[in-house]
Design a protein around this ligand. Structure first.
Ligand SMILES: [Zn+2]
Ligand SMILES: [Zn+2]
Length: 464
């Protein structure tokens, strides 16, 4: 496999040579997968006009965003890059760190295509788990969700027959992070917060691609650690912990992977309650197929020599959108949302405001620091502490009108507290348990990965 070419300058000739080489390699080795491995047609694109760019020009501030011309650069700056540029610059400075996380795994080399872009599919092919059929590729089917059929099967998965570890992971036995008692890791957990150390503690060879799915439970762990809810000692009475996991999507098809959390929360009953906009449809489907949908879809208890942690996973059927309850006795100990995109969906604004109002610890992950800057904290703050001023710029007009509705629904009681909290700095922290991967962007050189950074939205007051 060629060395990672991502650090090299763009050169059309070089790309063309690499395309041909890669294509030839794939066509003989993986004929059935050829169509999925088509490289991007042209390489870098202008952030402004989206044209293919022959001579790349980058933003003078962050040195990350790609333009075709000074005109596009100026226009895009005014359109909003001005606001994102500092975070994009910080993301750029983190590139070595993102690379270091990937380089822990030898198999990530295979993910770089001939043009220097990273494709997870190239890695999945190496392990024979690229595909959309749950029967054929088990838990990995989630990666290829495209048609309605696939989605429906995914929604069935918690209520269908539970896959065995072999059926789910579809990897050689030595590559599977098994929860079987005879291979459970030593106790108490002795790993440092990085994948290499985790694999050692888990006795997994670094050649295993399991991290591509373990990133999900481990990112829950990393969020809860940020919120001060991870405890190493196990003495004393058993701890109860309820975590609301919101924004459930693809995770439907690999829920048993979250069993890993039982090993990380010894002497604890951890209830993970999953909310997602597809939940009610999934429940309806289960009922219509004669299946009795149980709210608890997965349960696992670690052996006593591994700390006896229990995890139960619930899928909440009720509302399309999550709202923390007004009843304090019904509050979770924490809320987590992975790859949340807090600024992209208006329904998140309720959760932001209410988690702060009710002091519920709330942490999220996103692809990189720039993704986190989508939340318009200062507009939220203005809206809470006074009436919203007239929106400046076309992008804010829609946002202001929907936000006005949100604020009416939320009815903040302690305006001063919530307003002060919204004005606070929210630093991003790199997640050592991010997906060992690299998000492919055509119009930017900045790094990013699934669960790449963690941000604490509300520090809350941990009760446990
Ligand atoms: Zn342009
Ligand atoms: Zn910039």
């Amino acid at each position: 496999m060629a060395a990672n070419p991502a650090g090299l300058a763009f050169s059309r000739e070089m790309q063309q040579q690499l395309v041909e080489k890669e294509w030839n390699r794939i066509k003989d080795k993986f004929p059935a997968e050829r169509s999925r491995l088509m490289p991007y047609p042209g390489g870098p694109q202008c952030m402004g006009c989206k044209q293919l760019v022959k001579k790349v020009q980058v933003c003078a501030g962050c040195k990350m965003v790609i333009y075709c011309s000074p005109e596009c650069m100026r226009e895009w700056w005014k359109k909003g890059h001005k606001r994102h540029c500092p975070a994009t610059k910080r993301d750029g400075e983190q590139i070595p760190k993102y690379k270091e996380i990937m380089r822990q795994f030898p198999w990530t080399d295979a993910g770089w295509n001939c043009q220097g872009y990273y494709f997870e599919n190239l890695v999945l092919v190496q392990f024979g788990v690229l595909g959309s059929s749950r029967e054929k590729v088990g838990y990995w089917a989630a990666q290829e969700r495209s048609s309605r059929d696939i989605w429906d099967k995914t929604l069935d998965s918690p209520w269908g027959r539970q896959l065995t570890e072999e059926e789910g992971w579809k990897l050689p036995t030595k590559f599977i992070p098994s929860l079987a008692p005879e291979v459970c890791p030593s106790f108490p957990p002795t790993f440092n917060d990085n994948w290499t150390s985790y694999y050692q503690w888990r006795r997994l060879p670094i050649e295993s691609p399991a991290a591509m799915l373990l990133q999900w439970p481990l990112s829950v762990y990393a969020c809860l650690k940020e919120l001060g809810l991870v405890k190493k000692e196990v003495a004393g009475p058993r701890r109860k912990l309820r975590v609301d996991y919101i924004g459930l999507r693809d995770e439907f098809s690999f829920i048993p992977v979250f069993g890993e959390l039982a090993l990380l929360f010894p002497n604890t009953d951890l209830d993970l309650v999953m909310f997602g906009e597809h939940n009610s449809r999934a429940f309806e489907r289960a009922k219509s197929r004669g299946l009795a949908p149980q709210p608890c879809v997965f349960e696992y208890t670690a052996p006593s020599m591994c700390g006896s942690g229990t995890i139960r996973i619930f899928v909440d059927p009720s509302p399309p959108y999550y709202r923390p309850s007004r009843d304090p006795s019904d509050h979770p100990d924490a809320i987590v949302a992975l790859n949340a995109g807090l600024g992209s969906f208006i329904s998140w604004q309720h959760v932001i405001l209410l988690s702060i109002e009710f002091d519920i610890p709330f942490a999220v992950t996103d692809y990189c620091e720039t993704s986190l800057t989508e939340v318009k904290w200062e507009v939220l703050q203005q809206g809470v502490s006074s009436t919203l001023p007239a929106p400046k710029g076309i992008e804010l007009i829609h946002y202001h009108s929907t936000l006005a509705k949100v604020l009416k629904e939320v009815r903040i009681a302690d305006v001063e507290k919530v307003s002060a909290a919204l004005g606070r700095e929210r630093p991003a922290k790199l997640n050592e348990f991010m997906a060992p991967s690299q998000r492919t962007l055509m119009h930017s050189l900045s790094p990013g990965s699934s669960n790449g950074v963690i941000q604490v939205v509300a520090r809350g007051t941990a009760k446990v």
